[in-house]
Design a binder for this molecule. Structure first.
Ligand SMILES: [Zn+2]
Ligand SMILES: [Zn+2]
Length: 378
């Protein structure tokens, strides 16, 4: 690694540490001030307003408009949505979109920048620390760099971030800065990160997708519609993530409002018939996956018993510690597979199928070892 790349890595890590810690310090300061009864309701109103502007900038601008092309908007409105998104402290629009495209391309498999299969903490914050999780925009989504609006907002992202801190200071003084600046960044970022962590771990699945995405009502509410993650992964271009009347999707409502005013066009939708057809397929498919899981549990259990028997009858008496260690390794691997199969995260058929193959291989290796031990004894 060159010195320049090393320096870039260090700078990246420092900026993530600041992004995680400074808003947290803001939250603690706000709590201390409130404890001393230094609290102004208008700061809370300011927080809600700026959070809503930044959060909608992400959900409508960065996500549904830019990344998934869920609708078309004139230049001034595109600029407005993206500049609002830049206030969320989640990076430039070009980088955000490239990272999210990568997430959809590799959801919950190798290459996904923030899959909870690598741990909940990794999906929430941990992934931010590795620069390798942020793809090169030029390589991943070069067309983004051909759009002058995206390029302009990407180059001036720091300006919008700064403005989102300066405005609360000008309107509310230091307490305004703490509440609507720092506490607001804390709320906006953690809510977005929860979409990656919570909505790929907890919640319900209505559609069969090749990832672990889930619908979670609380994140649906807090993240202005983005918590209906399974709906979104099933129909990525659909501009409306809430697909049932009770799935509140504030971003979708604003999109519908803008469409009604004639401000945006070609809004992508899924017909109720197409959604229903997909639901039926999902039911069918999830039944099959449950069966596959059950079969895997049985065969892993049987393989465990068989390997233990082989160990007792052929290996335990042989004085060769490497054979003992290898047997132990096989048993541990089988236990790991059983844990994995029963985990609610595992929905991917290819991964489950690869486990069946691994169980077979482990059994064959154990049998071969027993034969080897028998020849040593002779
Ligand atoms: Zn996702
Ligand atoms: Zn998406």
């Amino acid at each position: 690694m060159s010195d320049f790349a090393r320096l870039q890595n260090i700078l990246h890590k420092v900026s993530v540490i600041l992004l995680v810690t400074l808003p947290l310090i803001g939250v603690l300061t706000a709590m201390a001030l409130s404890w001393k009864r230094i609290f102004f309701p208008q700061d809370l109103v300011l927080l809600l307003v700026i959070h809503t502007i930044a959060c909608m900038g992400i959900t409508i601008g960065y996500h549904r408009m830019l990344t998934h092309q869920g609708f078309l908007a004139p230049v001034w409105l595109r600029f407005l949505f993206l500049a609002c998104g830049a206030m969320a402290f989640e990076g430039t629009p070009a980088q955000w979109a490239a990272t999210h495209i990568k997430h959809h391309a590799h959801s919950d498999e190798e290459g996904d920048p923030h899959s909870p299969l690598e741990g909940f903490w990794h999906a929430h914050i941990g992934w931010l620390f590795a620069r390798t999780n942020f793809p090169e925009v030029r390589a991943y989504a070069p067309y983004l760099l051909q759009d002058p609006v995206i390029v302009f907002v990407s180059r001036t992202t720091f300006l919008w971030m700064g403005l989102s801190l300066l405005i609360p200071f000008l309107l509310g003084g230091w307490t305004g800065f703490v509440w609507a600046g720092l506490v607001r960044v804390f709320c906006t970022t953690h809510i977005t990160w929860s979409v990656n962590s919570v909505c790929h771990t907890f919640g319900t699945r209505e559609f069969e997708t090749t990832d672990a995405s889930r619908n979670h009502w609380l994140i649906g509410l807090l993240a202005y519609g983005e918590g209906w993650r399974n709906n979104h992964h099933a129909f990525p271009r659909n501009a409306f993530h809430g697909m049932r009347w009770w799935q509140l999707d504030l971003s979708g409502m604003l999109i519908r409002f803008c469409e009604g005013l004639g401000l945006i066009t070609q809004v992508q939708r899924v017909t109720p018939e197409a959604a229903d057809a997909q639901r039926v397929r999902a039911l069918h498919s999830s039944g099959k996956i449950d069966l596959l899981r059950m079969q895997l549990q049985h065969s892993a259990e049987a393989a465990q018993a068989e390997i233990e028997r082989i160990f007792q009858t052929s290996i335990a008496t042989v004085e060769d510690s490497s054979l003992h260690a290898r047997m132990q390794e096989y048993l541990e691997r089988l236990a790991e597979i059983r844990r994995s199969v029963s985990s609610p995260l595992h929905v991917k058929r290819p991964r489950l199928e690869s486990y069946a193959q691994q169980i077979q291989t482990l059994l064959e290796q154990a049998r071969a070892m027993a034969q080897q031990a028998a020849t040593v004894c002779r």
